[in-house]
Write a protein that binds this ligand. Structure first.
Ligand SMILES: C[S@@+](CC[C@H](N)C(=O)[O-])C[C@H]1O[C@@H](n2cnc3c(N)ncnc32)[C@H](O)[C@@H]1O
Length: 158
């Protein structure tokens, strides 16, 4: 699977520890260096690569499963279609994309909160996506004691 915007790799490392084959990508070389050091320390086999999220097709690979934990919500309205097309280029037909993003519903929302409508507009059938579920969730941050309100979207590539 692909972890887009993997940061210092906690999700990729967790999945790798379960035996899942994972490629974590990020633009931040410093984050990737930390992720690689954690993988070596913990003895977990995960691949990490410096890659721009708007150009995922340059990986030359396609994935059954793609995870976006905290990346989609950082992009503005102009950037979203480019990122969504980039995700589409690397997700196999009938593959699954999971997007965990800040929600606009609930107390003390995080920065760049996302509505259901925005998710459905970005990942719509004309772009090759079918939103299956959008469930309430929480995301840990440095400035919320009990995490910020979030949405976990499960989206199929059509
Ligand atoms: C909020 S962090 C999330 C990190 C990790 N996925 C997690 O759940 O803890 C967002 C990550 O996306 C990366 N990022 C931001 N813009 C990016 C881009 N255009 N291409 C690739 N990665 C990007 C940042 O460097 C950062 O590591």
């Amino acid at each position: 699977m692909l972890d887009a915007g993997c940061g210092t790799g906690e999700n990729a490392l967790y999945l790798g520890s379960l035996g899942v084959s994972v490629l974590g990508v990020d633009v931040a070389e410093t984050a990737l260096a930390i992720a690689r050091a954690k993988a070596a320390d913990r003895g977990i086999k995960v691949e990490f690569a410096a890659t721009e999220a708007f150009e995922l097709e340059r990986l030359g690979r396609k994935f059954d499963t793609v995870l976006d934990s905290g990346l989609f919500h950082t992009f503005d309205g102009d950037e979203r279609p480019i990122y969504v097309a980039s995700l589409a280029a690397v997700t196999k037909n009938n593959g699954t994309l999971y997007v965990l993003c800040f929600s606009d519903k609930g107390a003390e929302t995080g920065p760049h909160p996302i509505s259901q409508k925005e998710l459905r507009a970005a990942f719509n059938p004309s772009k090759g996506w079918n939103v299956v579920t959008i469930d309430p969730n929480r995301v840990q941050t440095n400035f919320h004691d009990e995490g910020a309100p979030a949405r976990l979207a499960t989206i199929k590539r059509t």
